[in-house]
Write a protein that binds this ligand. Sequence first.
Ligand code: ZN
Length: 119
Amino acid sequence: MSKRARLIHKEDGTVVSSTSKYNGKYLLENLLVCGDCGASYRRRTERGKVVWRCAATRIEKGKESCVDSPTVNDEWVQKILGGVFCEDNVYNEDTITNNVQRILLFKEYLEIYCKMKKN
Ligand SMILES: [Zn+2]
């Protein structure tokens, strides 16, 4: 498995080096998992707002759609993650990448799995 290094140029002028096996555009797409059916979450824009929704809700043939999974607001997820993991409660993608393994979404709560620190 080869690791690819990426340089990310941020808006404030800083350059961050990132090694990732994901090519995903959005970090949360790699983290959010439906607690009900195990499908990953997909990013959508609804009425001008960014939301995350279980991918299985879009499957209409062959499988029952996942009706109990919550649709969550992107801002809301970032606010929670920022409050738990980040300095000054401000969502920081690098911090989340370093600390969060997976986020399971249930109807009334979410489960955050943290990465084990290893040296
Ligand atoms: Zn689901």
